[in-house]
Design a protein around this ligand. Sequence first.
Ligand SMILES: Cc1cc2nc3c(=O)[nH]c(=O)nc-3n(C[C@H](O)[C@H](O)[C@H](O)COP(=O)(O)OP(=O)(O)OC[C@H]3O[C@@H](n4cnc5c(N)ncnc54)[C@H](O)[C@@H]3O)c2cc1C
Length: 254
Amino acid sequence: MAKRGYQGTILRLLGARDHLATVVSTELRAPHFLRIVFASDSLLGTIDTGPASWLRFWFPDPSGRNIEHQRAYTIVESDSETGEFAIDFVLHEPAVPPSHWASNAHIGDSIALTSLSSTTFELPEALPAGYLLAGDAASTPALAAIVTTIPAPIPIELYLEEHDALDRQIPFPKHPNMNVHWVTRTSASALAEAIETRNWDGWRAWACLEMGSLRALRPRLKHDFAFAKADRFVQAYWRLDGAMGRERSSANED
Ligand SMILES: Cc1cc2nc3c(=O)[nH]c(=O)nc-3n(C[C@H](O)[C@H](O)[C@H](O)COP(=O)(O)OP(=O)(O)OC[C@H]3O[C@@H](n4cnc5c(N)ncnc54)[C@H](O)[C@@H]3O)c2cc1C
């Protein structure tokens, strides 16, 4: 059992507990986009696996220090009968904890994970006039589940921020009423500025981006497009200028 630091103690007090997941298969779905199917005999009965739900993995330190790094990843498929679930990893440089672990993962390898404060995308009872969605490769797994959930007649305007030319090779589901806009990340405000200034009355917004891009988008959604708080969901998924996640000791307790 891993010794927990202060953050681990807080998570445990909040009711989080570790589960163990074992690699069942791996599949490269684009040159930098790897799907790993895991099995866990304790996880799936205890969590909501709805669209865009996510888990906190504890990745070993790539340089071998006795530290584990917590990073969030989205559940893309799950089967409570078998205990199997899939995660899509964007492999990026520098190959920091998740990229390093996932690129070297073999069938039978195992990893610890925690589930706490995950949110799930839910359609409201009264359907909105449309959805404005924004994301990048890291939120593709969540966006794919969301697009699949949105009924065919509801229009979608999807803005995707390109950080790497390979991002366009990531498989993505079709929707009969969706316009896709790719925006190259020339600056933190490129995506926010690319979104059409128009009447978004009755629409909902969901945006999960790199922290700087999200910072630029927030005032657009709130002030320029007048999305009410209840009609917009935003979350930073990663940071261009540093790590986003906690650490804990992985030293043995005794
Ligand atoms: C709720 C939630 C769900 C998420 N789901 C997924 C998912 O399903 N699949 C997925 O791939 N990611 C997902 N992410 C993003 C993922 O957690 C981050 O990319 C992760 O923190 C990267 O950790 P790292 O150790 O690789 O890099 P860090 O140690 O956090 O950062 C080191 C450097 O790596 C670079 N970096 C980090 N992330 C990326 C990236 N995505 N692209 C390019 N460069 C990057 C940055 O330049 C950073 O300075 C999710 C994040 C959240 C919050």
